[in-house]
Unconditional design. Structure first.
Length: 137
């Protein structure tokens, strides 16, 4: 080291700009629901049922249940919906069941989507557990 020279240590963390704060989503549960319903319609999902869960559970605001004619269609409907959610809202939904295509569950946080093969939907009768009876509404 030469005489008179001084080295100083610069902490890279101290000189870095602060990380940007995460921003709140710019979409609502109703926006997600509208995209889900349009996507299901575009992909020819059958017997689409929309259930309003607001005030009934903290799990989600809406549940959507539909059917595809085959395991392949169920998987395709779910895959296209995942892509549309990501493209439109930068939303990554959690999914289960795409590998078998009998019953795919997509959870966006605000909207839970169940896509069934008809036989599987009939067996579980999920909408009967969540729909409000007409005289109770």
């Amino acid at each position: 080291m030469q005489e008179g020279s001084s080295l100083s240590y610069i902490d890279p963390a101290a000189s870095a700009a602060p990380a940007p704060k995460p921003t709140a989503p710019t979409y609502t549960a109703d926006d997600v629901l509208a995209l889900v319903l349009q996507s299901l319609d575009d992909d020819k999902a059958e017997d689409v049922v929309q259930i309003d869960l607001r005030g009934r559970t903290a799990m989600a605001d809406y549940m959507v249940i539909c059917s595809g004619r085959s395991s392949r269609q169920v998987a395709a409907i779910s895959e296209k919906l995942l892509v549309r959610l990501k493209d439109e809202f930068r939303l990554t939904a959690r999914s289960e069941g795409k590998e078998t295509g009998d019953w795919v569950l997509l959870d966006t946080g605000d909207v839970v989507v169940h896509i069934f093969r008809p036989e599987v939907r009939e067996f579980y009768q999920l909408e009967s557990m969540w729909q409000v009876a007409p005289d109770a509404a």
